[in-house]
Ligand binder design. Structure first.
Ligand SMILES: Nc1ncnc2c1ncn2[C@@H]1O[C@H](COP(=O)(O)OP(=O)(O)OP(=O)(O)O)[C@@H](O)[C@H]1O
Ligand SMILES: [Mg+2]
Length: 226
C-alpha cells in the first residue's frame, strides 16, 4: 500500500489530526511522505497556518507559503460549508475527474502518499457526486476516522458500508476520542469490532499538547502502511 485516502464518518472527527500522526510516523521510519488535502472549505487565504493545509505542511517539514499551499490544496474555498456549496458561493464548480487526476499525479513509487478528504464520506463535491465518488476514482485504500461521541456506532457502520459497497478496501478505522464520550474508548472499539470483521480498529485517545507522542498509537504500522 503506498497511497491512503483518509476519510471520515463526518467533519471535525480527527482526519487532519490522524493525517499528521501518520506523516510523523512515516517520516520517523525514514520513508518519504507526500500528503495532500486537495479540497478545503473554510480556508482563510490571509491566515493559512492553522488550516488543515497548514498543519499538514508543517508536519511534512515545509513552510506554509502561497506556493506550498497551492501545491497540496489547489481547490480552496472561503466558506466553511460543504464543498459544492462553498464553490457555488464563489461562482465556481468542482470536477471530480480533475481532483482524482491531481490525487493520482506524481505518485512516486518510493513515497507514501496520504490524501485527506473533506468532510465525511458522502459530503457533496458537485451537484451529483460526493467524496465517495472521488475515492472510487482514486481507488486507494481508505482509512476511516470516526469519533467516540454518542451516535458514532451508527455513523461509523453506515460510512463503512457505503465505502465497502463501492468495492473499496478499508485499510482501517481510527476512533479518535471525542471530547464527550458516553463510554470508555475500549468499549466503543470492542462494540465496533463485532461488526467489522478483519478491519483493524485503532483507538486514539484524546491527547493534550503537553503529552506529546506518549499515548499516540502506531497507526501507520497497525494498518500496514509502513
Ligand atoms: N485524539 C485527539 N486528541 C486531541 N485532539 C484531537 C483528537 N482528535 C481530534 N482532535 C482535535 O479536534 C479538532 C478537529 O479535528 P480535525 O481538525 O483533525 O478534524 P477533521 O476531521 O480533519 O475536520 P475537517 O472535516 O474540518 O477536515 C482539532 O482541533 C483536533 O486537533
Ligand atoms: Mg481536516
Amino acid at each position: 500500500m503506498s497511497t491512503l485516502f483518509v476519510s471520515g464518518a463526518g467533519t471535525e472527527v480527527g482526519k487532519t489530526f490522524v493525517t499528521t500522526i501518520l506523516i510523523n510516523e512515516i517520516r520517523r521510519a525514514g520513508k518519504t511522505c507526500r500528503a495532500i488535502k486537495p479540497v478545503i472549505s473554510g480556508f482563510d487565504e490571509v491566515n493559512p497556518n492553522d488550516s488543515d493545509t497548514g498543519l499538514i505542511l508543517k508536519a511534512l517539514g515545509c513552510d506554509v507559503t502561497r506556493n506550498s499551499v497551492d501545491e497540496i490544496s489547489p481547490w480552496r474555498f472561503r466558506d466553511p460549508v460543504s464543498p459544492d456549496m462553498a464553490a457555488a458561493h464563489e461562482g465556481r464548480s468542482l470536477y471530480v475527474k480533475e481532483i482524482a487526476h491531481f490525487c493520482r499525479a506524481n505518485a512516486e513509487t518510493d513515497s507514501i502518499r496520504i490524501i485527506e478528504g473533506v468532510g465525511g464520506v458522502m459530503v457533496p463535491l458537485t451537484d451529483r457526486e460526493t467524496v465517495l465518488d472521488l475515492m472510487v476514482d482514486v481507488g486507494a485504500p481508505v482509512l476511516l476516522v470516526v469519533g467516540s461521541y454518542l451516535g458514532t456506532l451508527s455513523h461509523t457502520l453506515t460510512a463503512l458500508q457505503a465505502v465497502q459497497s463501492r468495492g473499496l478496501t478499508i485499510a482501517g478505522i481510527v476512533i479518535s476520542e471525542s471530547i464527550e464520550s458516553p463510554v470508555a474508548l475500549s468499549e466503543t472499539q470492542a462494540t465496533l469490532s463485532r461488526f467489522t470483521g478483519e478491519v483493524p480498529i485503532i483507538a486514539l485517545p484524546r491527547l493534550t499538547a503537553s503529552e506529546g507522542d506518549q499515548r499516540t498509537p502506531a497507526i501507520a504500522k497497525a494498518i500496514g502502511l509502513i
